[in-house]
Design a protein around this ligand. Structure first.
Ligand SMILES: C[S@@+](CC[C@H](N)C(=O)[O-])C[C@H]1O[C@@H](n2cnc3c(N)ncnc32)[C@H](O)[C@@H]1O
Length: 333
């Protein structure tokens, strides 16, 4: 497993290339006339998926540090990236720097990025005009390479494509055969893009800048203290497996729950003014509805309602609580 992890090797399954936004990207990049680069080709799954999506290109060129099929050229493409290609379609290796350190795995010294896929993406964008990459869904919250990103598709498994039984008794198809990690398909253009269209499969959720407008202003109010055992506000910060259930609650509801410093799922918050819990939950519900959860981290595994489970991070929770700041209300008056 660690060897697999060292090369960030989870092969693509499922077919994101059937989606509308990818077909549009294929047209814009003139895919039919292109020799396409797959610089992390593994077992050459991507060209098969492109075929199955009824798309064509002129030819492919495949590389991998550890080829998984005939016709893949052995090369460390991170150290020596292939030149002369306009279009690149790939699923690059993923490996978080901290995970590499913890496991004693090598991580390239040439980069400061916190994950291998970001470094791989940087290489693809430096050398290719059009780039389509299957990457972690969390990428859309990183603000990286946004100037060339035209579309970002959150790939949510569909229940009709049957491959893996889940605990519901229903069947779900996941993007990868050995991980349910939330993934997205990022589509880049050669030119500066005005904004990023954000999709959930074939559903357009909105433009990134428009969606961001529904977030409260970031707050730096350190008088709001997280993991405060005597706090006057409780927070259950992750969805359960059924529905969108993140909520603020009276701290008593958490009973004897002992606040743990590193815990990111349940906490008590010290707020130096009386809090209106219904108001906070109303605000949270509006944000979730208007932003389609694009800014909340997705978890492994789907909720029963077919969406990813999400987590509310402390920065956004602080911003929501701070909107209720009494002084702020006075300023508005
Ligand atoms: C996530 S897998 C994707 C495989 C394939 N693109 C697919 O979608 O099925 C990443 C691939 O990157 C390869 N890889 C990791 N580091 C590499 C490097 N430095 N140079 C070339 N390939 C590398 C791994 O061997 C692995 O096959």
């Amino acid at each position: 497993m660690d060897k697999k992890r060292a090369n960030g090797r989870y092969y693509t399954r499922g077919n994101p290339f059937r989606l509308k936004p990818f077909h549009r990207w294929a047209k814009d990049s003139d895919l039919e006339q292109q020799i396409v680069l797959e610089p992390f080709a593994g077992a050459k799954d991507i060209p098969q998926l492109i075929d199955l999506a009824y798309l064509r290109c002129q030819d492919w060129m495949f590389y991998d540090i550890e080829p998984g099929a005939k016709g893949v050229v052995q090369r460390d493409t991170l150290a020596d990236f292939p030149k002369g290609f306009n279009v690149c379609i790939t699923n690059p290796p993923w490996l978080a720097r901290n995970s590499a350190t913890r496991r004693g795995l090598p991580f390239p010294e040439a980069t400061n990025h916190d994950d291998l896929y970001k470094y791989a993406l940087e290489k693809c964008l430096t050398h290719c005009e059009w780039v389509a990459a299957i990457i972690p869904e969390a990428f859309i919250r990183s603000s990286l390479f946004l100037h060339r990103l035209s579309d970002f598709i959150s790939l949510v498994p569909q229940t009709q494509n049957v491959t893996t039984p889940d605990n519901d008794g229903r069947k779900t198809s996941y993007m990868f055969d050995d991980t349910e990690h939330p993934v997205g398909l990022a589509l880049f253009a050669p030119h500066e893009t005005s904004d990023v269209r954000v999709w959930r499969n074939n559903q357009l959720l909105g433009k990134l800048r428009e969606l961001r407008k529904h977030l409260p202003l970031p707050a730096n109010n350190r008088s709001i203290v997280f993991n405060e055992p005597q706090g006057n506000l409780g927070l259950i910060a992750i969805d359960n497996t059924v529905s969108a259930s993140i909520r603020f609650c009276p701290p008593e509801e958490l009973g004897e729950y002992k606040v743990r410093t590193h815990c990111r799922s349940i906490t008590k918050i010290g707020v130096p003014w009386p809090v209106d819990i219904d108001m906070l939950n109303g605000q949270l519900a509006t944000i979730r509805e208007k932003t389609h959860d694009v800014f909340l981290t997705a978890f492994k595994g789907l909720r029963r309602d077919g969406h990813y489970r999400r987590r509310l991070d402390w920065a956004l929770a602080r911003a929501i609580v701070d909107v209720d700041h009494p002084q702020l209300e006075m300023n508005i008056e």
